[in-house]
Design a binder for this molecule. Structure first.
Ligand code: FES
Length: 106
């Protein structure tokens, strides 16, 4: 099985085993990755699962949908690489994915 790497703003990395029946947010929560609070439980309504996707992975994760962009516009530190982890369904093609966490979620 593959893995996903979460990188905190301070550079601390957390490599967790990929589970394809979860969202990226669920995987982070289940593996106690700090900085993913997910206050709304994955309803795309809180913005506390904000992550940055490395450029090389955007084609595989896809871009944010309109409702996700509306939520992202309310989060600090939004960039062109921003996504909400609860809106990314994991699949085998995301093996090796690296995501960074914003400073505001430390
Ligand atoms: S968990 Fe609330 S927006 Fe993702």
């Amino acid at each position: 099985m593959g893995h996903i790497t979460f990188v905190e703003h301070n550079g601390t990395t957390h490599q967790v085993q990929l589970e394809t029946d979860k969202t990226l947010m669920q995987l982070a929560k289940d593996n106690y990755v700090p900085g993913i609070d997910a206050d709304c439980g994955g309803a795309c309504a809180c913005g506390t699962c904000h992550v940055f996707i490395d450029n090389s992975w955007i084609s595989k994760t896809g871009s944010a949908a309109a409702h996700e962009l509306q939520m992202l516009n309310l989060t600090p530190e939004k960039t062109a690489n921003s996504r909400l982890a609860c809106q990314i369904d994991l699949s085998a093609q995301l093996d090796g994915l690296v995501v960074h966490l914003p400073e505001s979620q430390m």
